[in-house]
Design a protein around this ligand. Structure first.
Ligand code: PNW
Length: 517
């Protein structure tokens, strides 16, 4: 059987088995929307906020951001938050996952200088969310590290474990009585690999093969310390749930017969998410075997006196192991993997990519989003949920992010198709015993998409960046119906929506001429 026909078969087995009846979600299933502070708030220097590494990066000249934009204003949710809560009410979401900006609370990173105005902002935000009957779901750290801490090495400095726990304590002290769900840290891989091992995110260190592994250990210890702190001081009274969000892609061997490709896909999964998930969720609580083995051998060949992957001591392991009440999974896409002789000399040494020793390829037949890395592969999502459930003994899983990027336009059929197929795949995994308890769309509205500025739109609501008005896309009506009925109807089509019907949204001509605005 060819790889293509194999994939086709998978597609039919696990994806769109036509279901005439709407498929119910389990009782009590929670639906939400996700955002992050730097991507939506704006107000970058208002009311005593300090600078973050994203302020520094976006203000660099020449700018590394695709459209040279910044999050200085973003979608101005700092001032428009009440309106954003209104549109969430319109959607009927059960929870809102948003992040707290560390430098808004601690302008210099440390706790000697606490910015009361910053704390007050989140008081108001949380109170308004609760008043709307929506559950606040807080991410303590979503990438906007105080610049001062970066100058001290940021996530590569082991002292950050304490700096982060000090910050978490301030946040818990203030909000634990109102916030039942917590994510300590969003996406260690994106922080460590993209920020430290490459130049794809702030602080653009690009020190691959070393920095991302130092960062990985520190992120895990910082997360664990914040988790233990909640356990010791807050859980008894407030009884909340604390977890971590790990970005997880599925990696599929490019051929199903070649042992090397199968092993390469297994390695890629462990480097992508096992590196962070294994120490927290597995029985032995250490880095994954595949990761330890590859880095150890490569390091020895390269003349390093010991493995570039730092060791976790017995104490580290006991702190990290079990430090999550649920598996927060951010998942978007799948990649094909192969490994053969052509790899020789392909990657710099040392590097993360050389440590994995595999080639990542795209299948051009898979639907492609606006973001180059994002393709719709629902059976990959199904396999991912199944594998995580199997490896870590069926933990409760919260899908803390899933979404699709497009250009401008309200009639976003592709996004609806993506959601239909991914939710269907998720329901298949639930039917087979996976404990998926919650699902959250990335994102409520268009926002600052990191290095891609405002060129890629992930919103259920389109934002006019001239007027900052938010307009529901067709997918918003679709999601609203899913939530209202607690079921997925693969044939549901929101009616009577036309692009022109929304002309009242007064797009500026500049918006039409230039998608980059
Ligand atoms: C997430 N991948 O990052 C972030 O948490 C969001 O802040 C971001 O806006 C959103 O996804 C869309 O990019 C990821 O390649 C980016 O698998 C890429 C991947 C995963 C997560």
């Amino acid at each position: 059987m060819t790889a293509a026909s194999h994939l086709l078969l998978l597609f039919y087995c696990t994806d769109v088995t036509p279901k005439d009846q709407p498929r119910p979600f389990p009782d009590g299933f929670m639906f939400g929307v996700s955002t992050a502070a730097y991507q939506i708030e704006g107000a970058w220097n208002e009311d005593g906020k300090g600078a973050s590494i994203w302020d520094t990066l976006t203000h660099m000249d020449p700018s590394p951001i695709k459209d040279h934009s910044t999050g200085d204003v973003a979608v101005d949710s700092y001032h428009l938050y009440k309106h954003d809560i209104e549109i969430m009410k319109e959607l009927g979401v059960h929870f809102y996952r948003f992040s707290i900006s560390w430098p808004r609370i601690l302008p210099d990173g440390f706790i000697h200088n606490i910015n009361e105005a910053g704390l007050k902002y989140y008081d108001n935000l949380i109170d308004e969310i609760v008043r709307a009957g929506i559950t606040p779901f807080v991410t303590i750290y979503h990438w906007d590290l105080p610049e001062v801490l970066q100058r001290l090495g940021g996530w590569a400095n082991p002292h950050i474990v304490n700096w982060f726990a000090d910050y978490a304590k301030i946040v818990y002290d203030r909000y634990a009585n109102k916030v039942p769900y917590w994510i300590t840290i969003n996406e260690p891989k994106q922080i460590c690999y993209e920020g430290y091992g490459s130049d794809a995110k702030a602080p653009m260190l690009n020190l691959s093969g070393i920095a991302e592994y130092l960062c990985a250990k520190n992120v895990l210890l910082a997360h664990a310390k914040a988790y233990r702190l909640y356990d010791d001081k807050y859980r008894k009274v407030h009884n909340g749930s604390v977890g971590i969000s790990i970005s997880c892609s599925w990696y599929e061997p490019a051929t199903d017969t070649n042992e090397q490709d199968i092993q390469a896909a297994q390695d890629a999964r462990q480097f992508d998410w096992g590196l962070y998930a294994h120490p927290i969720f597995s029985y032995n609580g250490d880095f994954p075997h595949e990761v330890k083995k590859n880095i150890y051998h490569k390091s020895a060949e390269q003349g390093f006196p010991k493995s570039r992957l730092p060791r976790l001591s017995a104490e580290d392991v006991s702190n990290i192991k079990g430090s999550s009440d649920f598996f927060g999974m951010n998942s978007y896409t799948t990649k094909l993997i192969y490994r053969d002789a052509s790899l020789e000399g392909m990657y710099p040494t040392p590097s993360y990519m050389d440590d994995i020793s595999a080639v990542f390829v795209k299948d051009p037949t898979w639907p492609q989003a606006k973001s180059s890395w994002l393709q719709s592969v629902p059976w990959g999502f199904y396999k991912l949920i199944k594998e995580v459930s199997k490896l870590y003994d069926r933990p409760p899983i919260f899908i803390t992010e899933n979404g699709w990027s497009s250009g401008l336009g309200l009639l976003d059929e592709e996004r609806i198709n993506y959601f239909k197929r991914y939710m269907n795949a998720m329901l298949n995994a639930i039917d087979e015993g996976c404990q998926v308890k919650a699902y959250s769309v990335w994102s409520l509205m268009d926002n600052f998409e990191w290095m891609n500025g405002y060129t890629e739109k992930f919103g259920l609501y389109e934002v006019n960046f001239g007027t900052l008005e938010r307009y529901p896309r067709k997918s918003a009506y679709f999601y609203k119906e899913v939530i209202r009925t607690n079921s997925l109807d693969l044939y549901y089509e929101p009616e009577n929506l036309t692009e022109a019907g929304h002309s009242a949204r007064s797009r500026t001509t500049a918006d039409d001429d230039n998608e980059l605005i």
